[in-house]
Design a protein around this ligand. Structure first.
Ligand code: ACM
Ligand code: ZN
Length: 535
């Protein structure tokens, strides 16, 4: 009987993509998708009606995005629900990220627990519209009832703008790509050995000195000795940061700034050598790798600097989490530094690992007094961590597993599955991939296979907040290349984040061929390998 109904519903719709197949269109895969009778013809005259003012923003963004698909921008009105329209409303019985999307002959209706949820419903509608058939006068949308919500609360992507810098417009496009995939966290990596990228009014020298390197390595790190002899750098001004944070907020994406400490600090140390253990001189790095020089943990001036920087960072970034790094901080200079050794003694610390814990916990306390929480890379576990720190597991999943067992919140971003600066096919040379991190390949399938709950029991799984891909840019200097690395692997991550427990790679692969058309229409570059059948 149900089959017969679906058949009738499908036949009633003139589109070649039947409503029953909409589950086979949307990425990430929705929880429930059921074909119903009828179809709605979306025309240039269709109005997007927001029942409350707070939905007008999402409606307007949708209308602009839809123009890339259908060629026409729809009018947006603040009004009650009307038939023949795309109607948006809030529904308090739904969860904050949960939405329902119904298409019938009377129109399209999206309701969500919050504005954010309605925005996600609109992303599904955008994908449906892109996959539906053009008919005379518009696009035929088949009758469907979709009921959907994410599995994980944190679905993110890191963008490193330090190794290479990108324009405000490019950062916004990165955010557009996240939004299409219903990702809700943008981890913005802003300070590094190779460049400081955020204006700090109290320290204008960071923008003049720390933001620039004298030249950049050409070719592979450690193998090449060739440099380009070209000064390189720049910062995002505070006005630009505010603009980007607001742009992300309009797409319901929280921005998490990363201010690295105690390592990856050469740009800051070049500007203020007195903040290092040896006093320098230092030079903003022109190649890649891990620096032995890091912030001195013994000097009070280091903490003063960091607190002053963070004071301005907190004004720019409203989201409660601040990423304070913690990764790849060798202990060599601390071992020889009288200030650091004095600190170890005075604080009764066992060794330099505990000195790093002292460093991170001190900054964490300062942030906590201001209502903020920290995220740190999994190295922060080494000398012990506070209960309130969130661990980002990157050296595989083991750090995240250990942290979840300790009862700390965890974001899974293991390099084995989530480092999208790594090559994306098993033979990067034969497949003509541009120069990348050659550690090991992270194919689309590999990213898709991430199981953030692996090795954790039900109780421990509750500490996994979500997942993220990381795009480091040592070998990526253009935004076309950024997109080439991000897509389609972000889609695989997004499906783990949203549809965990409802995943099937072959089904995902079919949907990706449809989503690719939307990438093309929206002007999102993407790697061809998977689409060409190459893994
Ligand atoms: C990292 O990749 N060093 C977090
Ligand atoms: Zn020191």
């Amino acid at each position: 009987m149900r089959r017969l109904f679906l058949l009738i519903a499908a036949l009633a719709c003139t589109s070649v993509v039947f409503a029953a197949d909409y589950a086979n269109v949307i990425v990430p895969r929705p929880v429930k998708c059921r074909a119903v009778e009828g179809e709605f013809i979306l025309t240039p005259k269709t109005v997007v009606r927001a029942e409350v003012q707070s939905l007008v923003g999402a409606a307007t963004i949708f209308s602009e995005d839809l123009a890339a698909v259908t060629g026409s921008k729809l009018a947006v009105k603040r009004s009650t629900v009307k038939s023949g329209a795309i109607s948006l409303a809030l529904e308090s019985s739904l969860q904050p990220e949960e939405y329902r999307l119904n298409i019938s002959k009377d129109g399209v209706r999206i309701v969500g627990g919050t504005e954010r949820a309605v925005f996600y419903g609109l992303q599904s509608l955008l994908q449906i519209a892109a996959a539906s058939d053009a008919v005379k006068g518009g696009v035929a949308l088949c009758g469907v009832e979709i009921s959907d919500k994410p599995h994980f609360e944190y679905r993110g992507s890191l963008f490193d703008v330090c190794r290479h810098i990108f324009t405000v417009e490019e950062v916004k496009k990165y955010i557009d790509i996240l939004a299409l995939h219903k990702c809700n966290k943008f981890h913005w990596h802003l300070t590094e050995d190779q460049g400081w990228r955020i204006e700090i009014k109290r320290y204008p020298e960071l923008s003049a000195v720390g933001a620039y390197r004298n030249e950049t390595l050409v070719g592979r790190n450690r193998r090449s000795k060739i440099y380009d002899n070209t000064r390189y750098g720049g910062v995002f001004t505070q006005d630009q940061v505010r603009d980007i944070v607001a742009y992300a907020a309009a797409r319901y994406i929280d921005v998490i700034p990363e201010i690295e400490m105690p390592g990856h600090a050469i740009a800051a140390l070049t500007t203020y050598p007195e903040l290092g253990c040896t006093g320098g001189p230092y030079e903003v790095w022109t190649r890649w790798g891990i620096s032995k020089d890091i912030f001195c943990a013994g000097k009070e001036s280091t903490f003063e600097f960091i607190e002053n920087v963070l004071t301005e960072v907190l004004e720019l970034f409203p989201y409660k989490y601040i990423h304070i790094g913690g990764d790849e901080a060798p202990r060599d200079v601390w071992k020889k530094c009288p200030h650091c050794q004095k600190r170890i003694k005075e604080e009764g610390l066992k060794d330099e690992n505990q000195l790093q814990s002292y460093f991170m916990e001190r900054v964490e306390r300062w942030l906590a007094e201001r209502g903020r929480k920290i995220i740190g890379w999994d190295e922060i576990l080494q000398g012990g961590i506070s209960k309130s720190a969130t661990v980002m597991s990157w050296r595989g999943s083991k750090g995240g597993i250990a942290a979840a067992k300790l009862g700390n919140q965890v974001i899974m971003t293991p390099n084995t599955h989530c480092y999208i600066d790594y090559y994306q096919t098993s033979d990067h040379k034969a497949n003509g991939e541009p120069l990348g991190n050659g550690r090991f390949p992270v194919t689309l399938r590999k990213t898709y296979e991430l199981d953030p709950y692996a090795e954790l029991n039900e109780e421990q799984q509750k500490f996994i907040k979500g997942v993220q891909v990381n795009l480091w840019t040592e070998y990526i200097s253009t935004f076309d290349h950024v997109q080439h690395m991000l897509l389609p692997r972000l889609a695989a991550l997004a499906e783990t984040g949203w549809s965990y427990g409802n995943k099937d790679y072959d089904d995902f692969a079919r949907r990706m061929h449809i989503l690719r058309r939307l990438y093309d229409k929206q002007g999102f570059n993407h790697a061809p390998y998977f689409f060409d059948g190459i893994e």
